[in-house]
Structure formats: structure tokens, C-alpha cells
Design a protein around this ligand. Structure first.
Ligand code: GLN
Length: 289
């Protein structure tokens, strides 16, 4: 009997020690309360992650500011307003809303070449995010973190109104097809119009002007940009074909700043549910996409 009691006591002691260890010295004394304690430990961890994401357990180039870079020649996603000289567009509104949801101010740096954006974010120290109508690709994801997608996109083939060029006729070495360097449009031309002469340019406005003046036979760019530009500024250009590439835009963030990626994704999720994203789509495209 005596022996039985001491064995039971030892067993209880072992249980109690396990409980303490499992509860992270949280002080549970029975297996029931251990379960409760570990559940609340989990909840605390989740809370801490959420708090870290929302209160800024991330680094910023400038305190209190979300510093953004882009190529500001990609309307309606980003361009320079002629009168104010300020950046305007879908992505600019997104950046402002993101900053607001994160309790930060937005800070836009001057435009830079599209193909320098990922390297700049990867190097760090200049900007916190690149938001640039940038398609999420596995090649980019090897260099930087890409946020969750915030809008869908496709490519388009654009020529001058009256041009008889087709996808087939353009696939010839004598034909110049303008693209923006380092973009998925350039990649598409290199893979699908293998015989054409792809001409990489700094921005898509130069490509459009070049097709307008006859320097290039066609251009390939993101469909929403082509549609918007033809409607608003380049009435003498036409979309010959939509190219269903099924792209999605995301925001580039340094891999050294994972808490910032988490915070951006959290803010994007909030913006989807609170209607901010819909408002921005209606503002720039006239309807929800
Ligand atoms: N969406 C395309 C890409 O990511 C083009 C982006 C751009 O030109 N700003 O390559």
C-alpha cells in the first residue's frame, strides 16, 4: 500500500513537471490545465505575430514612412502628374492605403528603370517596397519576397491603327517589336515571336510613341496599360490581340524583412475586406475588375 502511494505520488510529480515544461513554466498542475495553458500559449504566439506585423517589428528605411519605388511611366498604375509633379495612379493609391492601414506615411522616391527595381529592393537601404505593376514570377521570388497578389493582368499586342500586322506577320527578323526591358512582356516576345527583332526600351510610353511614329512595327505590354493608354492618350494605336498570360501583380519586399511582407499582406487582406481595393479599382478602371 505504502509502495503504491509513493508510486502514484511520483507519477503525479512527473506529470506536473511535464505540465510545467509544456506550459513553458506557465504553472499548470494537472493535464487538463496543461491543455488550456498550451492553448493560451499558442494564442499568445499568434497575437505576438499579429502585433509584430501591425506595430512594426520590421525595419523601415525611414522611421514612420513606407518608402516606395517604381518606374513612373506605366499609367494608370503609376505616372507623374504633369501639373503637380507628384506620382499618381493605381499603385500610388495602393501605397497610400497600405501606409494608412499600417499607421505609416507614404514616401515616394524618383522614378527608376523597371529592371533596376528588384535589384534595389534586394540590396536594401533605399526603399522598403517596389510597387510597379510587377508580375509575381518565380525568378523575382528568388531575389525578393513578393506580396500576395493584388490585381490580375494579361499581355497585349499593339500596332498603329490601319496597320495590317498580325502575330504571324510580326514573327519575322525584319519586324521590330518594342518592349519594356526586364518585363514579362519582353519575356513573352522572346519566347513567342522568336524570329522578330525585340527592341527593349526604358519605358512603355517610349514604345507607344515609337509605334505611333513608325520606328517600331508593334509593341507588347500589359493589357490594362495598353487599354488605358489607347483610350486616354494614344487614339491612333490599337490592340490587335489580347494575350492571356494570367499574370498577377505583387509588391516586392526584401527577403531580409519578412515581418514587412507579413504586414503588407495583412494590410492587403484588410483592404480587400474593407472595400479599399474595390474603391481603387473603380477609380482607375471604372468598375471592379
Ligand atoms: N507586369 C510587367 C512585369 O512585371 C510589366 C511591369 C511594368 O512595366 N511596370 O514585368
Amino acid at each position: 500500500m505504502k509502495k503504491k502511494v509513493s508510486f502514484a505520488a511520483l507519477f503525479v510529480c512527473v506529470l506536473a513537471v511535464c505540465a510545467l515544461v509544456l506550459a513553458g513554466c506557465g504553472g499548470g498542475s494537472s493535464s487538463d490545465s496543461t491543455a488550456t495553458d498550451s492553448a493560451s500559449t499558442d494564442a499568445t504566439a499568434t497575437d505576438q505575430e499579429a502585433t509584430a506585423a501591425t506595430t512594426g517589428d520590421y525595419t523601415l528605411v525611414e522611421d514612420g514612412k513606407l518608402t516606395c519605388i517604381s518606374n513612373l511611366y506605366f499609367p494608370p498604375f503609376e505616372s507623374m502628374d504633369d501639373k503637380s509633379g507628384e506620382p499618381v495612379g493605381y499603385d500610388i493609391d495602393m501605397s497610400k492605403a497600405l501606409a494608412e492601414h499600417m499607421g505609416l506615411e507614404v514616401n515616394w522616391l524618383p522614378s527608376q528603370a523597371f529592371d533596376s527595381l528588384v535589384p534595389t529592393i534586394k540590396t536594401g537601404g533605399t526603399a522598403d517596397i517596389a510597387i510597379a505593376g510587377m508580375t509575381i514570377t518565380s525568378a523575382r521570388q528568388e531575389e525578393v519576397d513578393m506580396s500576395d497578389p493584388y490585381i490580375d493582368s494579361n499581355q497585349s499586342l499593339v500596332t498603329k491603327v490601319g496597320s495590317k500586322e498580325t502575330m504571324e506577320s510580326l514573327d519575322d527578323a525584319s519586324k521590330k517589336v518594342a518592349v519594356q526591358a526586364g518585363t514579362t512582356g519582353e519575356e513573352w516576345v522572346l519566347e513567342n515571336l522568336t524570329n522578330a527583332t525585340a527592341v527593349p526600351l526604358d519605358d512603355i510610353i517610349s514604345a507607344m510613341t515609337g509605334v505611333q511614329t513608325g520606328s517600331y512595327d508593334a509593341l507588347v505590354t500589359d493589357l490594362p496599360v495598353a487599354s488605358y493608354q489607347i483610350k486616354n492618350s494614344f487614339a491612333d494605336l490599337q490592340i490587335v490581340e489580347s494575350i492571356p498570360t494570367g499574370e498577377q501583380y505583387g509588391i516586392a519586399i526584401s527577403k531580409d524583412n519578412p515581418a514587412l511582407t507579413a504586414a503588407i499582406n495583412e494590410a492587403l487582406a484588410e483592404m480587400k475586406t474593407d472595400g479599399t481595393m474595390d474603391d481603387i479599382q473603380v477609380k482607375w478602371f471604372g468598375s471592379k475588375l
